[in-house]
Design a protein around this ligand. Sequence first.
Ligand code: UDX
Length: 440
Amino acid sequence: MNITVIGTGYVGLVSGVCYAEIGNKVTCVDKDENKIKLLNRGGIPIYEPGLQELLMVNADAGKLTFTTDLESAVRSADLVIIAVGTPPLPSGEADLRYIEGAVREVASSIHGYTIVAVKSTVPVGTNDRVRQIIAEGTTQEFDVVSVPEFLREGSAVKDTLNPDRIVIGADNKRAADILVELHIPLTEEIVVTDIRSAEMIKYASNAFLATKISFINEIANICEKMGADVGEVAKGMGLDRRIGPAFLKAGIGYGGSCFPKDTKALIQIAGNVEYDFKLLKSVVEVNQTQRWGVIDKLYRALGSLSGRKIAIWGLAFKPGTDDVREAPAIEIIEKLIELGATPKVYDPVAMDNFRELMDHPSISWCLNEWDAVSGCDAVCLLTEWEEFCNIDLHKVEQLMARPVMVDGRNVFGAEQIKQTSIAYYPVGRPPINDKIEEIV
Ligand code: UDX
């Protein structure tokens, strides 16, 4: 099948590469000339394990090309996939400007029967608008389908090639059958439904996962007050097949390009039809406050934070990515600066992206995890990169001015910590070597 993908962001690029990998001829289009030049040289604009290798193999095999020429790429396509961004407006609603712009251009370029599939996350009803825009711009035969994307950053290639399910929203059998055939090599779990339900499945899935995270974070906060261990609680809950173990890791809250945006958008979508989505509003609120647990624990361990050197391990919103969008690290570091502390930050891959976002003179940019903890009053582990999880804790404690660790991701076990003198503050588990009495 000849597939043209519009937009080479996370979703577009990974999908394009993976559709080529399963035997299609794919052209990826982007307006950004520099990005296209980079991709044509075999480079990738994002950090995503396995993507570059797959891109090069398929480009070399002639199955994958990159261009800024939307018109000719669309003209020769059987299927056009829209994967441009839907950033949030100040109201929380998705900004559909890029979708509408791309769809207008697509409409004037299609030639012969073409399926236009929307992969961008769009509010319920958007695909009707897409159909209307295309109808206004062409006399050619076309269908619009919704094919929401569920890939995760850091495991995007694996998720795309081995999805739990594929959702296809279509209003006629011809388009639905073509899309089913395209995805059969990936999975047999294909849900074919109406377009509005497909659009809703994407929001509802992300909102549900975000709810699981906020739920376990609140349980963690209660565990802290009661002396229980949220890790044990999550294990005990997760064995119930109706609950499942996934997304029950307590921490400092979710970040990234999807959960924060999509939860707020769904609240707004519900609001537009006069439905007050109370549960999801609380999920967002809990997530916002969860990060402040790190600051509370620093206070508990150190008293005043003014003049303190605080190491930050991890800036990305999760490991395996250089993405810092909505990362809890942003507000935590801002707060530390406001309180007069010096954050000494290190992330194995997200340093450049973070610096672009926040180049404050109080921040000390470190060369590695050791440089970050040297002479520090405390270290806060904010992203569970493997190199932090496997660290030599004795060396850490020797390098620090005060061995205090706030573990925002619960990566260390109690037994490991008890072999050191580190004052250790995890999330939803009892602290170890708590220094509070010493300071008071
Ligand atoms: C998410 C969805 O998983 C994916 O299906 C959708 O297409 C895009 O949004 P992503 O944002 O890449 O993917 O990351 P994910 O692995 O889902 O994690 C999101 C956030 O939740 C991270 O900040 C992570 O640290 C946090 N998280 C996740 C927890 O705090 N606890 C958990 O148990 C799981």
